[in-house]
Design a protein around this ligand. Structure first.
Ligand code: FE
Length: 337
């Protein structure tokens, strides 16, 4: 009798051990498709796994490829979460039907309303500010005021812009359309084009290099590119100017995430999303790329904080997605290549 009981005891114990430890199918995990590169996501995933025991597997690629993959895989996708930069891209993913609505009080508390989808399919996790960078030997801050002002003739042959093919200036123009309407925005973009010192440049860094070299006086960039460039060469005659502080505020965009429509680990994926918005993870998420935390309780890192505080445009970043096509057509009509 005693023998039988101990035999049973061991059998039952082994059964439960195998259920939770040996059988890997029961280890919780989240699969992430990320357009943010490995070095910008891995530190947060490692911290999350350490805190929760939930494993995170990830694949990185550009946003177009990841969205195409989610669409092609449909309900067979292994992905639980999509991480990408720019509200325009997140909006596009939601429109393509690959994301699902998430109801989470934690996300609503941690992320300001204008930095998440009104339909709750995507959520901002870091803020990227698109601002003016000028040559400190040629321009006084008092000469600068707004994005719109760069269309005035006093800036003739003094402006450099990144190509309109990149989503960043498309989003900026989309937000201008939301504020000023199409006709007024087209006038502004035409003014920019008329003021260009060179053909549009391939990227934000190149645009700042032109400004530093005196080939133009001012440009529009995301601040993390400024941070990277100045880290390489702090002697460059460049400085940040926060425009539109007396009206709409600085154009901000996000990098963010959503849960996939066909996620098989929805509970764990939401936990990861909530974790990324938490005070604990926000600095990790923002600081690795010199961006700003979305969570207002969290301060930016010291390098970023030294650029000064600014009023952001409180309009919902979803507008950047909604009006992206209109913006692209407008830029084309205005001759902005
Ligand atoms: Fe970028």
């Amino acid at each position: 009798m005693l023998k039988l009981n101990s035999y049973r005891f061991f059998t039952v114990t082994f059964f439960f051990i195998s259920l939770f430890v040996i059988n890997p199918a029961h280890a919780e995990q989240v699969v992430v498709y990320s357009a943010r590169i490995e070095q910008l996501i891995k530190p947060m995933f490692d911290a999350f796994t350490k805190d929760t025991g939930i494993q995170v597997k990830y694949t990185t690629d550009n946003e177009g490829a990841l969205l195409a993959r989610l669409k092609a895989e449909g309900r067979n996708t292994p992905a639980d979460m999509l991480i990408t930069a720019d509200a325009g891209n997140l909006w596009e993913a939601a429109r393509a039907g690959v994301l699902k609505t998430v109801n989470s009080e934690i996300l609503e508390t941690n992320i300001p309303t204008h930095l998440r989808d009104p339909q709750q399919q995507w959520f901002g996790l870091s803020i990227r500010a698109r601002t003016l960078v000028y040559n400190t030997q040629k321009v006084k801050p008092a000469d600068l005021s707004t994005y719109e002002d760069l269309a005035n003739p006093e800036w003739k042959k003094r402006l450099c812009l990144r190509t309109s093919k990149k989503v960043y200036n498309q989003s900026l123009v989309a937000m201008m359309i939301a504020e000023h309407g199409e006709a007024e925005s087209e006038k502004i973009v035409r003014g920019w084009v008329a003021n260009l010192a060179t053909d549009p440049l391939s990227d934000d860094t190149r645009a700042m290099e032109f400004v530093a070299a005196g080939r133009c006086d001012v440009t529009l960039v995301n601040t993390y590119y400024y941070g990277r460039l100045m880290k390489n060469d702090p002697t460059l005659p460049l400085a940040i100017f926060w425009p539109n502080q007396n009206n709409s505020g600085v154009h901000v965009n996000i990098s963010g995430a959503g849960i996939t429509r066909h996620s098989r680990n929805e509970g764990a994926a939401i936990k990861l999303l909530e974790y990324l918005s938490s005070e604990k993870a926000q600095n990790l998420f923002a600081d690795v790329n010199m961006e700003y935390p979305v969570n207002p309780k969290v301060k930016p890192d010291s390098t970023v904080a030294a650029w000064g505080s600014f009023k952001q445009n409180p309009m919902n970043v979803a507008k950047a997605g909604e009006l992206q096509t209109v913006a692209v057509k407008l830029m084309d009509r205005a001759g902005y290549r």
